[in-house]
Design a protein around this ligand. Structure first.
Ligand code: NCD
Length: 306
């Protein structure tokens, strides 16, 4: 039962609980009337201290489609954070007005902190370069609905693996599925953090690192592209040097399996050439839609509507 539960890190939900969400999301995709109005009278607060398009709007669309309402802010400058209010006080206040909180914040650990001060469930929509568990639900639902299974996958993570929170959450979660193999493709400055590597080694997950996409393209079932996370760099020069390190082109796609899937949490900057969009293996815009379905399933569960 997910009623009244917070979601801070991917490990907060068991594999069975996640499977339950995927089934529910699948039912919603197959029948858009399913769960309609199930959250009437409930209020979702969306507190975004960092920019967002898909995560915030898919949560809001999900809540509206469930018949509930939303309030919140899309940038901290319009909240009392700009006057110096602490996160703890903001959360205690919002807990008085809403039934659940979705929060994105640039500080690692902020979602956990918020959950300690909240009297209502808190859903982490990204805490700095740490985790982004609802993107993981989105990614896994996409793979499941298109490929049919999330087991025995060879997945290549490409781009900014150091700061990319979606990579950290997805790698941690895929480690639970049997037969997963992970290939990390990044420039040496943006490799996957040691704590994730240690966790994968402990779980005896097959992993290797590569510096070139071409080296591994033919081995992959899923290619997970990511943007270089400009906002987490300390200096502009490093960003400029690294930002175009990997660009996925139609030519590179020729070496990939016929059923390989290209995922990207989006936003895309330069790392996928627009010509790849028309390749049927490029599923990132379908992925954005799955994000709404899985967030509908999550909200309906957390708010006790199912
Ligand atoms: C990601 C994020 O915010 O971490 N975006 C998203 O939620 N879909 C990826 C990114 O910003 O690069």
């Amino acid at each position: 039962m997910l009623k009244n539960r917070s979601l801070i890190e991917p490990g907060d939900f068991s594999q069975e609980e996640m499977e339950g969400l995927f089934c529910l999301a699948g039912k919603i995709e197959d029948n858009p009337e399913y769960l309609r109005d199930s959250c009437r009278g409930k209020i979702l607060a969306t507190l975004f201290f960092e920019p967002s398009t898909r995560t915030r709007l898919s949560f809001e669309a999900a809540m509206l489609r469930l018949g509930g309402s939303c309030l919140g802010f899309a940038e901290p400058s319009s909240s009392s954070a700009a006057k110096g209010e602490s996160l703890a006080d903001t959360i205690r206040t919002v807990s008085c007005y809403a039934d659940a909180i979705v929060m994105r914040n640039p500080k690692e650990g902020s979602a956990l902190l918020a959950s300690r001060f909240s009297s209502i469930p808190v859903i982490n929509a990204g805490d700095g370069g740490h985790h982004h568990p609802t993107q993981t639900l989105t990614d896994l639902l996409t793979i499941r609905r298109i490929r049919g299974t999330t087991e025995n996958l060879t997945i290549g993570f490409c781009g900014d693996l150091k700061f990319g929170r979606t990579v950290h959450s997805l790698a941690k979660t895929l480690a639970r599925y049997s037969g997963t193999k992970m290939i990390f493709i990044s420039p040496p400055e943006l490799t996957i953090p040691e704590y994730i590597k240690d966790m994968l080694n402990k779980e005896k997950i097959f992993c290797r690192e590569a510096e070139r996409l071409e080296e591994v393209m033919g081995d992959l079932d899923v290619l997970y592209m990511t943007r270089v996370q400009k906002e987490r760099f300390f200096n502009e020069e490093d960003y400029i040097r690294l930002k175009d390190f990997f660009i996925l082109t139609a030519e590179k796609m020729e070496a990939a399996k016929k059923d390989m899937m290209v995922l990207h949490p989006l936003p895309r900057v330069n790392e996928i050439a627009a010509e790849v969009d028309s390749d049927e293996r490029a599923v990132y815009f379908r992925q954005a839609r799955y994000g709404m379905y899985v967030r509908m399933a999550l909200l309906a569960s957390v708010l006790g509507a199912v």
